[in-house]
Write a new protein. Structure first.
Length: 255
């Protein structure tokens, strides 16, 4: 499913003042692509993904999901940095939650849950509670919960930012493996240039606030991808291009 964002503007009121987070932002997200979004802090990245999700409403502009439905699930599902797991529910009960809410028959929803538990390598932890899991395992639960609900679009707002460097690297590889199997349309917000280049089919660079799309870089690294690619000249070429685009915006912020 494609996502078409047309001239999205978002203005917040704060302490009697108007703050423009996004101004006339337009971008097309292709069906089945992994789009990563980079930009300076405060440029409106999270605001954009919240508008796409429907949790925020644009002050003006249009968001359209285009294309035939391929699943019975919701149009989109969000994966958060903070996991957003129910602490009173086990791994299995967290993963099955979306299917419960949608009224998926019990046998079907638990078959789907078992499948995704194995997919994210949590077999044996089905009855554990979130406080018994590592950060990486919690994020696996959050990802499995989203996929189990069978969305058309997966929205990810810095989902790996809270993890240590080693776990984050492993989760990047896991995310690539899982995405390659389902080819959901993904919009992925990150502050990490390396992460954006490793994961993205395209890398969208946002301007400083008010946010707009400054540049879109084609992530032309071959797939499947792995961590070893991060030492390649092509990877460094893309990362340098992304950094130079962001550096110009950081300079504007500091002026």
């Amino acid at each position: 499913m494609e996502i078409l964002v047309r001239n999205a503007t978002k203005v917040f009121e704060s302490r009697g003042m108007e703050v423009c987070a996004l101004r006339d932002l337009s971008i097309d997200v292709r069906d089945g692509e992994f789009l990563t979004i980079l930009g300076p802090s405060g440029c409106g990245k999270s605001t954009l993904i919240h508008i796409i999700s429907g949790m925020e409403t644009a002050t003006s502009g249009q968001i359209e999901f285009k294309g035939p439905r391929k699943s019975s699930g919701p149009i989109n599902t969000m994966v958060w940095q903070g996991y957003a797991l129910f602490p009173w529910r086990t791994v299995k009960e967290n993963i099955v939650f979306g299917c419960e809410v949608r009224g998926v028959p019990k046998k079907e929803r638990y078959e789907r849950t078992e499948y995704f538990i194995e997919l994210v390598d949590l077999k044996g932890f089905e009855d554990h509670y979130p406080h018994e899991l590592s950060g990486g395992m919690k994020q696996r639960v959050a990802l499995a919960r989203s996929l189990c609900n069978d969305p058309e679009v997966l929205l990810m707002d810095e989902p790996l930012a809270a993890l240590d460097a080693q776990t984050r690297a492993l989760m990047q590889v896991e995310l690539l493996r899982i995405w390659s199997q389902f080819k959901k349309t993904v919009v992925y917000i990150t502050h990490s240039i390396d992460e954006a280049v490793l994961l993205g089919d395209r890398i969208a660079i946002m301007t400083s606030r008010p946010g707009r799309i400054k540049e879109i870089i084609e992530g032309d690294l071959p797939r499947p991808r792995n961590l070893e690619m991060m030492t390649s000249p092509d990877f460094h070429r893309l990362a340098d291009r992304a950094w130079n685009a962001i550096k110009q915006e950081l300079t504007k912020v500091s002026e």
